[in-house]
Design a protein. Structure first.
Length: 187
């Protein structure tokens, strides 16, 4: 007996996502649910408290517009047409930094952790960066996020800096770790 549940996520880009009216209509709300649940559980995604629906919708609107202008890439991972992960990078705005981009967020629904969704999203975003002519893809992560740091290293990212005890979450302090992937060398 075989299962009808897909084992591999479908990873859509911004154009594919916005061209499907059903998925596009649910995208911001579904992304908000994932982000709010993860942040509420203590995930290191840049918020101390879960973001509001409006904040997530505004962020995603800006990323989609930047993707349409060639200054970003947005990827959404679906299992059985259910959003289970989202990630994006943004090109740096300064003229001297234009060949580079920052991988801003990778967020995967806790219910599917360990199923390759984060890897699929990150690999697709790396491919998008190569296609867009990005030379160096950077990111930062909280030092206690061992799973994400392992994933990034396994995809060729290297650590290029660390700010000890830089991230403050209440009374807790965490390192801020900087990673880079030089696409000029990993081509």
């Amino acid at each position: 007996m075989t299962s009808d549940v897909p084992t591999e996520p479908a990873v859509l880009d911004a154009a594919e996502l916005t061209s499907d009216p059903e998925l596009a209509a649910r995208f911001a709300e579904s992304a908000h649910r994932i982000l709010a649940d993860l942040v509420g559980g203590g995930a290191a995604l840049g918020w101390v408290d879960p973001p509001s629906r409006d904040e997530v919708a505004d962020l995603l609107g800006r990323v989609v517009a930047a993707a349409q202008a060639g200054d970003a890439a947005l990827r959404a991972a679906y299992l059985d047409r259910q959003l289970v992960g989202v990630g994006y990078w943004l090109r740096y705005a300064r003229p001297t930094h234009r060949p580079h981009a920052d991988l801003e967020k990778i967020a995967v629904d806790a219910a599917v952790h360990g199923r390759g969704v984060g890897r699929a999203l990150t690999a697709a975003l790396i491919a998008d960066a190569r296609e867009a002519g990005i030379e160096v893809l950077t990111l930062d992560a909280r030092g206690d996020n061992a799973g994400a740091l392992h994933l990034y290293r396994s995809l060729g990212f290297t650590e290029y800096g660390r700010l000890p005890d830089f991230v403050a979450v209440g009374e807790h302090r965490y390192d801020k770790v900087f990673y880079m992937l030089d696409l000029r060398r990993h081509g």
